[in-house]
Design a protein around this ligand. Structure first.
Ligand code: CDP
Ligand code: MG
Length: 733
């Protein structure tokens, strides 16, 4: 159908498709009109109701009509289809001239390190080249990404380029979402997912190629994959291994894998760097002001701003919208596009749409835009100099997400995002002095700053017992390894010899933090697995369940507090939200009325469904006990007995083990109530050290449930055993 092709190919004109369709109908009209000037069927009449006279007139005017409505211009008939356009685009990427050379290198070496700047086509093209060269006849091509959004958006892009439906030949797999099928030959996935696939297929037999992409990010899962892949490559000599990186860490990978480096020369334009004269007190505000300044003073070109997370992005979006509204027509259009991991897929696509003439796009992004995603048309980068990174103190066992200054390597990457398609400018919201003197050269790999419990459990279930001898690219601190082993032992996932127990094996089936997996397995005993998997699913989607529109904060807060009636605690409140939604038959309307994000709820439902499937696998019966709240809380305690705190004065709490001062997060239903003993899901450090998702606890449960961990003296109510002052302070250093 020609009219469809020519319409879809013309993306710049949103009306093109409509126009082409009308052209086509008119063409049809002429054919059907015949000589009697009368419509032949109803369809015709329906379509042309209001144009009929006009067309009649034209038809009477024979030749005129012919010229006016029917011409199929030569461009039209050879008009590029969307697919052809994408194919042409592929050929303009820096990697394209190296296609054959790259295939040759893959053929010659089992392991290859590939380096090329962001946007050169590594992620989208290499798997396609290998597919075209026949590698998929022997098995799948797997390509790992550190982030979910990247895995999804890249898979979508590649399926478009190949003209196939997403989930068929090209698919993606992320935690709790598998968009692949029997047909899938190119599979994009998070690095964590490939790690889990080792559990079911320890030699990755169904793969012919594994590409570890964005290797420079050095996420925990990527680092573990290095060790595992290096190991299986020894006996799976037919498996091709590609390690691709956007930065210069390549030497290190090359040495580790004993593999050559394949360089894709970048095209890069100069980037002008500007620093602030003095440090900025409020970098969000400074970033917003800079966006507006660029918008009114600088030549056309889109803007990319780096924030540390969803909350900052949402706040910035709101303020920007408000300020631009205030300026009205005094400024040209500013299109604001947020991008972060939890953004719904439909909205993610928006950042890739070309900016209309006269307008300017401003992309508010997390670190994801540093290397994983390439957005065309960016000319200005605003870099506040921060990112959110996980940090872990093995001494106290405390893990937290901290807003931290970025490294010089990150700063360079960020600046480089502005010089992809032409000369760019980068505005750094910090001083030149700070850059040179305060910032580290490189970001510390995640493996050296995280809780390793999950990874240790996975490795143990893969049969890797001696973790000290595991071939790490950079080994984790031995203290962190020890901590992980201790935690897994306390959770009874490992026995005293460090071997995986039956319980541990069941826990490893769940793609969750071991404490949450333990909670689920323990729910069997308390006959409330039905409730616990709902809670686990709700906890897994993080804090994006309730929303709080600025103009309806009171209503939103009231709606939220409804679920907290009886001070049941945040875990039970989450359960109530889920159950109530289920009772309305998963009504969207109900979500609106209760200020709940329907998208998050749907995700929770998906996760819950999967957890239910996993219950079956580990032979736990689905049992429900909705009225026995103590049973539910005890199951939670079985997993989270490490996370307990006791109230001190002034609303502050002290954690029971590894004592430190913490507070109940203001969003908690117990923030006013302040129970004496609480169990918490996580600690977050924002303005203070906060416990998020908190439930009241009876201290005797600790001794009952975790007698190896708590003794009566830990939980007795006595003022006599005060912790030495200051002991908990040095925790976040
Ligand atoms: O992996 P690398 O950074 O080397 O490049 P890539 O992700 O393969 O991107 C190559 C090109 O594909 C970019 O210039 C983008 O324009 C385009 N692309 C896109 O339009 N949409 C995506 N979701 C991903 C890539
Ligand atoms: Mg890439």
């Amino acid at each position: 159908q020609r009219y469809r092709d020519s319409g879809a190919g013309d993306k710049m004109n949103p009306f093109a498709e409509q126009e082409a369709w009308e052209d086509h109908q008119i063409g049809k009209a002429k054919m059907k009109f015949g000589s009697d000037n009368k419509p032949k069927d109803d369809e015709f009449q329906y379509v042309f109701e209001d144009q009929i006279d006009f067309i009649k007139a034209s038809v009477i005017d024979g030749v005129e009509f012919e010229n006016k409505f029917l011409p199929e211009s030569p461009e039209d008939s050879i008009a590029k289809s969307e697919l052809e356009r994408l194919q042409a685009d592929r050929k303009t990427l820096p990697i394209y001239p190296l296609r054959d050379e790259l295939l040759q290198a893959v053929n010659d070496y089992q392991v290859l390190v590939i380096v090329g700047e962001t946007g050169s086509g590594k992620t989208t093209q290499i798997p396609q080249y290998l597919h075209e060269a026949g590698y998929t006849k022997r098995g799948k091509i797997g390509c790992t990404q550190p982030r979910r959004v990247a895995a999804m958006s890249v898979a979508a892009r590649v399926s478009q380029e190949m003209g196939v439906k997403l989930g068929h030949e090209v698919g993606y797999s992320i935690r709790f979402e598998d968009c692949t099928s029997e047909k899938t030959v190119i599979k994009y996935m998070t690095d964590g997912m490939l790690l889990r696939e080792f559990l079911g297929e320890p030699d990755l037999a169904s793969y012919s190629v594994v590409m570890v992409d964005e290797a420079h990010e050095r996420t925990l899962s990527t680092d573990i994959l290095f060790g595992l892949l290096k190991d299986i490559a020894r006996y799976r000599t037919d498996l091709k291994l590609l390690i691709s990186s956007a930065t210069l860490d390549a030497e290190k990978f090359s040495e580790y894998f004993d593999a050559p480096i394949f360089k894709i020369p970048g095209r890069r334009y100069p980037v002008e760097i500007h620093y602030t004269k003095s440090p900025e007190a409020d970098y969000i505000d400074a970033a917003i002001v800079t966006v507006l300044q660029i918008h009114v003073t600088q030549s056309p070109g889109d803007v990319l701003v780096f924030f540390t997370g969803q909350e900052e992005i949402e706040a910035a979006e709101e303020i920007l919208k408000h300020r631009t509204r205030g300026l009205g027509t005094k400024i040209s259009e500013l299109i604001i596009c947020p991008i972060y991991a939890n953004l719904p897929t439909e909205l993610q696509a928006k950042i890739f749409e070309p900016t209309p003439e006269g307008a300017r796009k401003v992309v508010l992004a997390t670190n994801i835009a540093e290397t994983s995603l390439t957005i065309d048309g960016i000319k200005y980068v605003i870099d506040p100099g921060f990112c959110k990174i996980k940090s872990y103190n093995p001494r106290t066992g405390m893990e937290s997400l901290l807003v931290t200054p970025i490294s010089k390597a990150s700063a360079l990457q960020r600046a480089g995002r502005s010089g992809r398609t032409g000369p760019g400018k980068c505005f750094r919201l910090y001083t030149a002095y700070s850059y040179h003197h305060d910032m580290d050269d490189n970001t510390v790999p995640e493996i050296q700053r995280t809780n390793l419990a999950n990874v240790v459990l996975t490795l143990k279930s893969l049969g890797i017992h001696n973790l000290v001898d595991f071939d790490f690219l950079d080994p984790p601190p031995s203290e962190a390894l020890l901590r992980a082993l201790e935690l897994l032992f306390a959770l009874s996932a490992l026995n005293s010899l460090g071997e995986l127990t039956k319980l541990g094996r069941r826990m490893a089936e769940f793609p969750l933090d071991p404490m949450l997996s333990k909670t689920i397995v323990a729910s069997d005993k308390y006959k409330c697995s039905d409730e616990i998997i709902s809670i686990a699913a709700m906890l897994s989607i993080g804090n994006s369940i309730f929303y709080r529109p600025k103009d309806k904060q009171v209503h939103a807060d009231n709606a939220r507090l409804n679920f907290h009636t009886g001070n049941v605690g945040d875990h039970i409140a989450l359960l109530k939200v889920y159950s109530s939604w289920k009772e309305t038959n998963f009504s969207t309307q109900w979500c609106y009325e209760n200020y709940i994000q329907v998208r998050s709820m749907k995700r929770a439902r998906d996760i819950r469904d999967q957890l239910q499937g996993l219950l079956e696998r580990v032979e736990i019966e689905l049992t429900s006990n909705p009225n026995d709240l103590d049973a539910i809380k005890k199951a939670i305690t079985s997993g989270f007995f490490h996370h307990t705190a006791k109230m001190q004065k002034n609303g502050s709490y002290r954690t029971v083990k590894n004592p430190q001062t913490v507070y109940i997060h203001p969003s908690s239903g117990l923030a006013q109530e302040l129970p004496r003993w609480v169990i918490y899901h996580e600690l977050v450090l924002t303005t203070k050290e906060y416990m998020r998702q908190v439930t009241e606890l009876k201290p005797e449960w600790l001794v009952e449930i975790a007698p190896h961990y708590y003794q009566m003296k830990d939980v007795e109510e006595s003022g006599s055993k005060k912790m030495p002052r200051g002991k908990g302070r040095a925790v976040m250093d």
